[in-house]
Design a protein around this ligand. Sequence first.
Ligand SMILES: Nc1nc2c(ncn2[C@@H]2O[C@H](COP(=O)(O)OP(=O)(O)OP(=O)(O)O)[C@@H](O)[C@H]2O)c(=O)[nH]1
Ligand SMILES: [Mg+2]
Length: 303
Amino acid sequence: MKKNEHGIRSGFVAIVGRPNVGKSTLLNALIGEKIAIATDKPQTTRNRIRGIYSEMGENGGWQIVFLDTPGIARPRNKLGEYMTRTAMGTLNEVDVILFLVDEMYADKGGDSFIAEKLAHVDTPKLLIINKMDRMDPDRFRHTYEAYEKTGLFEELIGTCAISGGNVPAVREALKRRMKEGPQYFPADMVTDHPERFIACEIIREKLLMYLDDEVPHGVAVEIEKYEEGSKLTGISALIYTEKKSHKSIIIGKDGKKLKGVGKSARLELEALLGTKVFLELWVKVKDRWRDSDHMLNVLGYKE
Ligand SMILES: Nc1nc2c(ncn2[C@@H]2O[C@H](COP(=O)(O)OP(=O)(O)OP(=O)(O)O)[C@@H](O)[C@H]2O)c(=O)[nH]1
Ligand SMILES: [Mg+2]
């Protein structure tokens, strides 16, 4: 019998909310490592991202499997439909739901739309008021009281995910709610996504960071070649965009923008993989790929 087989408390926790409220940043802070990409562009996360938190001791411990989800917003294309479906589908599959809002809560109708959906879900819910660093005490109190009144949430916690502020309180609140259960993953595993997927996400993150306004939403990355060696990893990736004009923006004058994206992605990948990385990036125009079932399949945006 495995040493920790008894006394493990475990469970699944969904992180949901409007785009850009800090869900992925909170996931990373909860785990203590970067699992999910996070940028200032709304709709950064497109898939369900799993992050595993384990705290093991002599007499058992905890394992919490977090599911970071795409921001819930009105879909504008098939990709958007997939993203919202992915987030909503998570609600009934978990033991606890973290509903994240930020300082913009009162100005954004999306929050009340999600809250209404949550009212029909039996799963225990905690409200996380993130980006506390951007709120004055009045605004925080106002937000807190407005949500407390709904009676939907077992606990309400304010956080500053970006600095880790009050994140331990979230962990403790979740630990109290975990039930005796299996250890789903090895204790040292922080995610079960393959490196190839993470590489793809890191390239997309750098693209989003380097691009302004509407270009990022129409960008996707496909890994064409991934060759692992003990000293060198060779990666070749295709960047899809919907418009020719966007292709020129991504490449930039004299290829400068794409080189910058490539360099920062390569540096992060080298640190992650512990090998040198040879990274090739190609940009390809694919008209309306976000409405193409075939392309969504190719890119892994499928159930
Ligand atoms: N000031 C401040 N910024 C934060 C905080 N948490 C996250 N952010 C920033 O908010 C932006 C969005 O963060 P993400 O973690 O990508 O948000 P998300 O909810 O996962 O967004 P989607 O994946 O697009 O739904 C990033 O620029 C973060 O750095 C916080 O506590 N304070
Ligand atoms: Mg995200």
